[in-house]
Ligand binder design. Sequence first.
Ligand code: ZN
Length: 336
Amino acid sequence: MSVSSVFSQNINDSNQNESSEFSDGPYIIIEKNKLIEKLIINGKVSSKILRANAYDTIFPPDKAVFNKVKKIAAISDIHGQYDLALEILINNKIIDKNLNWNFGKGHLVIVGDVFDRGNKVNEMLWLIYKLESQAKKKGGRVHFLLGNHEYMILHKDLRYISKKYKLTSKLLNLDYDELYNKKTIIGRWLRSKPTIIKINDDIFVHGGVSKDFISHSDFNIERINELMRNSIDQSKSEMKSTDFYNIYYGNKGLIWYRGYFKDNLKEKDVSDILNMINSKHEIVGHCSNKEVVSLYNNKIFGVDSSIKNGKYGEILLIKKGKYFRGTLNGKKIRFK
Ligand code: ZN
């Protein structure tokens, strides 16, 4: 990264004391022929101009269907708890102590909701961004599925951001969602991400697939992802001008559905759903449990293990068709 000029400015306002030990970033903004890196260090904003090619600025949409994958790990609802997520990933050998990819040809699936609540959202996003390219070089993959909280931020619903990000937003003089808009590196990268993917015979999606959703869509995974991507920069009123908003953003839609946990479904209902979507298992987040859980005879796995509380969390490990809880200290417990 070559730097052609560096300047910094003092922030002199009433927040001086509150913000003097405050650091955040980088946030990288794309301008016509250059990139601008914004950092907050001890309450001071520094802006650096980077070469236009210091980062990719075009991110083609991620593929969503994969076959013959031998090992998979799935984790969700990190909600800014970067340090705890690191512990889980390191102890389960997905990354090494230097935070580099350590999962070989494996696929790591982040099943949505990296944003909101916690304080280290940006750190987590940049880690996923880095691991994605490291994994690819080793024949592995990182999939970042967008959850309801990603879509909320991208649609300017800022109700759940932590206090820290209100200060970041104030110091940078940008609304929080503007830190992830189309004129930023991470914002563009997020817009290339899927909502639902299929690996081998398993579906991964943040909320889940409801009967209702299937009956209102032709359930074409690539098409669903395309529709969801296109909706990111649509206004609510545009989305609501058709039944799209109800079907895709409603409580039976893929990112908000909680039916597997709350609707008292029968095993037969779940088998029917899996048959209709031509899959054997579904891995979902969004509903918090104390650990990674299995429901309906190992048909559904819930991977939101309450990492959001910052105290404990787990990861789902799938190896040659066998399913395991990977605990915080790296113990593997098989689902029977
Ligand atoms: Zn969620």
